[in-house]
Design a protein around this ligand. Structure first.
Ligand SMILES: Cc1cc2nc3c(=O)[nH]c(=O)nc-3n(C[C@H](O)[C@H](O)[C@H](O)COP(=O)(O)OP(=O)(O)OC[C@H]3O[C@@H](n4cnc5c(N)ncnc54)[C@H](O)[C@@H]3O)c2cc1C
Length: 382
């Protein structure tokens, strides 16, 4: 074996980088992050829409988001990196009684947990975001604590802060196997040689299932393509234009370089690693966009791309020790929310790896929950 590390993190996306940073802050020891790509943060993190919100359907997701939002707010102070967390707010629009009922329940939970959200009428929504078509809207929820951020800036922020604390980021290092002796992890094999370690974190995003399989673990994480479109600048987009989520169609949109970024999850997309942007998918997004923002008719397409969600059956992340191998940890399955949860995940995973009780009760995200007959689903997914 070549070099010895106290922990090897497989995956240099925002999750691996955040965990490395928070472990280094705790002076955990020698830390290596292995990234198969030439660049860090070039996987799902680079495809992300940048949305940050705590308006979720389950308490665990709200708590992860609230902790993350606190950390995004003080990121610059904490890491020294120049970043922008633009708290323009998230506006959810409801057009059915079913969604109104579900959001009323969530609203009560947000109040109990302490996430500040306003309930808005159709008239208030129109006043807040005049370009929206609202004739079919029954109501909406809006939180000014939520907003958007640049995943690249935050990832690089973690990387430079972690480097200063001694973390080794090894790009073009593809992990291809994990050694163990009984239930004790002993090392990681890569295309560039072997690394000796007793602790491994699987932060391989949409590829986490493959990594877990090396140890005979069947991780229920599946990759699904999701697509995004951006427009050239539009004169009706203001600085305060929030993230808008249309619950009836699943469309989400926020301001982007003077224009709009629009996305939508086509639930009929088959599982797989294809990330190519398909024109039919783009058309479907634009059609939903036009229905909600008629002025989009004049929009010029600037860019379109596909990326992968790492999805679990209940749309909750998988965080914690694999159990079979106590020092093989999972941090994956983010189901479209890994950017916004990255700060909290870095904190709680570093606590777990250091053998402490995490600040947030993680039982709802346990790798072992899938054996239960019923799972608690996160339904506010886009
Ligand atoms: C279109 C789209 C829009 C999204 N919008 C949002 C949003 O608005 N808000 C939000 O919070 N989230 C959003 N997400 C989800 C978010 O991007 C992800 O949850 C998050 O980036 C996951 O980070 P990660 O580090 O786990 O994964 P990744 O960024 O994919 O990082 C995993 C890394 O592991 C590396 N890797 C894999 N296998 C190996 C190996 N064997 N050896 C070495 N390295 C390996 C990969 O190259 C990759 O760099 C979106 C995702 C997509 C696709």
């Amino acid at each position: 074996m070549s070099e010895k590390y106290d922990v090897v993190i497989i995956g240099g996306g925002i999750i691996g980088c955040s965990i490395a940073y928070y472990l280094a802050k705790r002076k955990f020891g020698k830390i290596a992050v292995l990234e198969k790509d030439q660049y860090l943060g070039n996987g799902a993190t680079a495809k992300c829409a940048g949305g940050i919100r705590a308006q979720f359907g389950t308490e665990i997701n709200v708590r992860l988001s609230m902790l993350s939002e606190q950390k995004f707010e003080i990121f610059q102070e904490e890491t020294g990196a120049e970043v922008q967390f633009d708290q323009v707010g998230y506006l959810f629009l409801m057009t059915t009684e079913e969604h109104m009922e579900a959001f009323r329940k969530q609203f009560a939970m947000w109040q109990r947990v302490g996430h500040p959200v306003e309930w808005l009428s159709r008239e208030q929504i129109k006043k807040l975001v005049p370009p929206l078509f609202v004739d079919d809207v029954l109501g909406g929820t809006f939180s000014r604590k939520d907003g958007i951020g640049d995943p690249h800036q935050f990832t690089q922020g973690y990387v430079s802060a972690a480097r200063k604390l001694g973390v080794k980021f090894l790009t073009e290092h593809e992990a291809i196997g994990i050694y163990h002796s009984g239930d004790v992890i002993t090392g990681v094999v890569t295309n560039k040689g072997e690394f000796s370690t007793n602790c491994v974190v699987n932060a391989a995003g949409p590829h986490s299932r493959q990594v877990a399989a090396w140890l005979g673990i069947d991780l229920p994480v599946r990759a699904y393509k999701r697509q995004i479109v951006t427009t050239a600048p539009l004169d009706f987009i203001t600085e305060s234009f929030p993230m808008v989520v249309d619950m009836s169609s699943g469309l989400y949109t926020h301001k982007e370089s003077g224009g709009l970024l629009l996305g939508w999850a086509d639930k009929d997309t088959p599982e797989g690693f294809d990330e190519s942007a398909h024109p039919d998918y783009t058309d479907a997004i634009l059609e939903k966009g036009l229905n909600r923002i008629p002025q989009l008719e004049i929009a010029e397409i600037k860019a379109q791309w596909g990326g992968l969600y790492d999805t679990t059956p209940d749309h909750h992340a998988i965080l914690g020790s694999s159990g079979v191998y106590p020092k093989f940890f999972h941090a994956n399955g983010f189901s479209g929310h890994g950017f916004m949860h990255a700060p909290a995940v870095g904190i709680v995973m570093s606590e777990l790896i250091c053998g402490e009780s995490p600040a947030i009760d993680l039982s709802a995200l346990s790798p072992h929950r899938f054996a239960a007959t019923t799972l608690v689903e996160e339904n506010t997914v886009i």
